[in-house]
Design a protein around this ligand. Sequence first.
Ligand code: MRU
Length: 353
Amino acid sequence: MTELERTIEWHDGTVLMIDQRVLPLHYEIKAYTTYQGVAEAIHTMVIRGAPAIGAAAGFGMALAGLQSTAGTRSDLLHDLEMAAEVLRKSRPTAVNLFWAIDRMLKTSRRFETSGRFTVDDVREALIREAQRIADEDVEINKRMAEYGAALIKDGDTILTHCNTGALAVVDYGTALGVIRRAHEQGKRVKVFADETRPRLQGARLTAWELMRWGIDVTLIADNAAGHYMRKGMVNICFVGSDRTAANGDVANKIGTYKVAVLAKENGIPFYPVVPTSTIDLRLENGDLIPIEERDEREVTEIDGERIAPIGVKVGNPAFDVTPHKYVTGIVTENGIAYPPFEISLKRVVAGGA
Ligand code: MRU
C-alpha cells in the first residue's frame, strides 16, 4: 500500500489518517468525510499526539464547513459552532485541540461583518486555514528540532517516553524530532524508548519510527528507566507535552512524572519539547490541567484478552503532571525556555527566544 507522506492529509474533501492503533504490524489508512468521523478518530486514537490532534480538529472543522447546507454565513457559523462542540468533547487534555478549533472559528468569524463574501468563500477559507495549521506544524517541529538538537552531544544516550515522532504531529516530530535532527547532524545517538503502558505508544510507534530512521533504539519496560539512569547509562531525557501551564508544569503521557523525578535524582537533564500551541498561559499551574481518564479495559486487557480479575477497581489516567521543579528547560520553536518559567514561557509564546 502506498504510504501517506504525512500523518494526516487533506485530499479533495476527504481527510486521510494513518491508523495508529494497528501499527507497526499493519499499515492502514482511514478516510473521513465528516467531522463526526474525525471526532471519533481522535477519541479512539486512530490519530493521537497533541499536535496531530490539533491538525485533525482543524480538518474536522473544514469538513463541517463542507457538510453544512447553510445558505447564509450566520447559519454556517451556527453549524460550525455545533461541530466545534462535538470535536471539543473528543479528548480533554491536549490543548492543541481547543487551540485549533478556536483558530478555525476565528477564521470563519472574520467574514461575518463584510457583505462581500459568500458562504462558499467561508468554506474555502476554512480549508485553507486547516491546511495552514498542518503546514505550520511541520515547520514548527523543524525549528524545535534545531534548538533541541544543540543540547545533544555526540555519543549521548537519550531516554524518551510515549511517542513524539512524526506520527504524533503532522510530520517530523517533537521530542523525537530533536533526536532525529541530532542523528541527521551526524551525532551518534542511542535511545531508550519506554514502552509506555497501557497503550504502548513507545513499543508500537516510537520503536518503529526510530528503526525506520536508522537510529539505535532499545525498547525498555517503563519500570526499567530508573535502573538505566542509576547505572549512568542515560545522558538526557526528551519528552513531549499535551499541555504546559504558565508556571512550567508539564502534562504529558502517564509515567512522564516518574521519568522526571528519576532524572532529577540521578542528575540527568529533563527537557519537554513543546510547540507554543501546547502552552496554556491561562492556567497558572498544572493542577488546573484536565486529565483524561480512559477506559479501564486498557489496563485490564492486553490485545482484547482479560489479564486482571473480573471486578477489580481500576484507575487509568492517560496523563500526569510533572511539576516545573523537575524541568530543566522547555524547548519550543521560539527557543528554549529556562526557569523562571513564568517569565520565559510568556516570552516564547510572544515569539521571542
Ligand atoms: O495519548 P496520546 O498518545 O495522544 O499521548 C501523546 C503524548 O502524551 C505525547 O507525548 C504528547 O502528545 C506530545 S507529542 C507530540
